[in-house]
Design a binder for this molecule. Structure first.
Ligand code: GDP
Length: 303
C-alpha cells in the first residue's frame, strides 16, 4: 500500500492536464505562459486564481532572473504554496465541552465516509465522540453512520423520521449531559439548488445554538475534489446557509485536478476571511484522512 502523499500525487497527476509538462521546454517565453494558463484552467484553478498566479509568477521570474523553465516551475510551486498557505488550519477540540461539529455536503461527496474517518482521528487523539444522525430521512444514511460508529466504538443518536433539528438538539444536549468532548452532526446530503433543504440546514444550525449558545463550533463542508469549479459555488451556497468554518476535500487520490483549492484560496480572503481546509481525503479507508499542508499539496500538484 502506497503512502498517502504518493496517492495524492498520483491522483493529481492522472488528470492528463498535467501542469508539470509545461516546463519541459528550453525557453521562458510567451508560449510557456500561454501553455501554463491553459494547464491551470484545465486543472480547475478558475480564471481569477489563474490570472493572479500568472502575474505573481511573472514577478517572481523577473525578480529571480530565472533563465530555465525548471526554475519557473519551482517558482510556481512557491507561488501556489503561498496562495494555499492561508487554507492550512488545525482542527482544535477541547476548548468547549462538547465541541459541536456540523458536517454538510452534497450527496456522494464523501460526507459519511469523512465523518467515519474524522471520528477515528478524534478518538485516536483521545477524545470522546458522540455521533448525531441528522439525516433522519434516509434509512441507509443512518445505517451507514451506525457502521462507522460501531467501527470506532462510539455512541450514536439516531431517530428515524424525526426532525433533523430535533435530533441535533438532543445530541448536543446529550453531549453536554455526558460531558463528551465532541458531538459530530451528520446532516443529509443536499444540493445548493434545493432551497427548502438549504433552509433546513440553516435551521439545524440555529437549533444547535439553542442547545448550546457557543455552538456549533465548526460547520464543515465536504467537497468532492473532482467537482471542479462547481466546488466554489457549493462553498458559497453552503456558507450562505450555514456559515462554514472549513472544508474537507475528498477523493484527491482519484482523478481530482486540485486547482479548485487555488480558486477557493483566491476567493476567500477576498471575502474577508480564509476558508480553511482541515483535511483532505486520499482513499476509502479510515486512515485516509490527512491534514492539509499547502507545501505538500503544491508539490503534488506539480509532480
Ligand atoms: P456521502 O453521500 O457524501 O455521505 O458520501 P459517502 O461517504 O457515502 O461516499 C461516497 C463514495 O465516495 C463512497 O464510495 C466512498 O467510499 C467514496 N469516498 C469517500 N471519500 C473518498 C476518498 O477520499 N477517496 C476515495 N477514493 N473515495 C472516497
Amino acid at each position: 500500500r502506497t503512502g498517502w502523499l504518493d496517492r495524492l500525487k498520483t491522483g493529481l497527476r492522472k488528470t492528463g492536464s498535467s501542469i508539470t509538462t509545461v516546463f519541459t521546454g528550453t525557453r521562458i517565453d510567451d508560449a510557456l505562459y500561454e501553455d501554463l494558463e491553459t494547464a491551470l484552467l484545465l486543472a480547475d484553478t478558475g480564471v481569477a486564481a489563474t490570472e493572479f498566479l500568472l502575474a505573481d509568477l511573472k514577478r517572481r521570474v523577473k525578480d529571480s532572473r530565472a533563465t530555465e523553465p525548471a526554475q519557473v516551475k519551482m517558482l510556481l510551486q512557491e507561488a501556489i504554496e503561498e496562495m494555499l498557505a492561508p487554507l492550512e488550519k488545525e482542527l482544535v477540540v477541547g476548548e468547549y465541552h462538547p465541541t459541536v461539529i456540523m458536517v454538510a455536503g452534497v450527496n456522494g461527496a464523501g460526507k459519511t465516509t469523512s465523518i467515519g474517518k474524522l471520528t477515528k482521528h478524534l478518538a485516536d487523539a483521545g477524545a470522546t465522540v458522540l455521533l448525531a444522525a441528522a439525516d433522519t430521512f434516509r434509512a441507509a444514511a443512518r445505517e451507514q453512520l451506525s457502521v462507522w460508529a460501531d467501527r470506532n466504538k462510539v455512541e450514536i443518536i439516531s431517530q428515524q423520521g424525526a426532525d433533523p433539528s430535533a435530533v441535533s438538539f438532543d445530541a448536543v444536549a446529550a453531549g453536554r449531559a455526558r460531558s463528551m468532548d465532541v458531538v459530530l452532526v451528520d446532516t443529509a446530503g443536499r444540493l445548493p439548488t434545493q432551497k427548502h433543504l438549504m433552509e433546513e440546514l440553516s435551521k439545524i444550525r440555529r437549533v444547535v445554538t439553542k442547545a448550546d449558545v457557543t455552538a456549533p463550533h465548526e460547520v464543515l463542508l465536504v467537497i468532492d475534489g473532482n467537482t471542479g469549479q462547481n466546488a466554489l459555488a457549493q462553498v458559497k451556497a453552503f456558507d450562505a446557509a450555514a456559515q462554514l468554518t472549513g472544508l474537507i476535500v475528498t477523493k484527491l487520490d482519484g482523478t481530482a485536478k486540485g486547482g479548485v483549492l487555488c480558486a477557493i484560496a483566491r476567493e476567500y480572503p477576498a471575502q474577508g476571511r480564509p476558508m480553511p481546509v482541515y483535511f483532505v481525503g486520499v482513499g476509502e479507508k479510515l486512515e485516509d484522512l490527512q491534514t492539509f499542508r499547502a507545501r505538500e499539496f503544491a508539490q503534488a500538484l506539480l509532480a
